[in-house]
Design a protein. Structure first.
Length: 127
């Protein structure tokens, strides 16, 4: 193999690694919507198994974790999909340290939908 071809392969490999690191940093896509007395958080996690996803709330921070099973063996030409996710998202509500969150999360087609009750929130009429 020529030195030029070797360098091109090494540069491509480094770009693939940096690309995957970038996606691990920015992913997953998260939508947060207030729906009545619930906060609905929708998280895109395609390719991750339900058993490998963790969600935790502390104060007003939602921690999203996911880890993909080991990659397929063989020669890898490109790998851009993140192998792990570790993201913190600020929520517009806060959970007290001694308060237990009684929410529910569902997983379907690579999307996690988390519903968090918003206790103590009341509507203020505008007159």
């Amino acid at each position: 193999m020529s030195i030029g071809r070797y360098m091109a392969r090494e540069i491509a490999r480094e770009l693939d690694n940096r690309s995957r690191e970038f996606f691990e940093f920015v992913m997953p896509a998260v939508d947060i919507v207030e729906d009545g007395n619930e906060l609905v958080v929708t998280i895109d996690l395609p390719g991750f198994a339900k058993k490998d996803i963790t969600l935790k709330i502390s104060g007003n921070v939602l921690s999203i974790g996911a880890k993909r099973d080991s990659e397929a063996k063989g020669t890898a030409y490109q790998r851009h999909r993140p192998a792990k996710i570790d993201k913190k998202v600020l929520l517009p509500i806060s959970v007290k340290e001694d308060e237990k969150v009684v929410g529910k999360a569902t997983y379907a087609d690579g999307v996690v939908t988390l519903r968090i009750p918003m206790s103590g929130i009341t509507n203020i009429p505008i007159t």
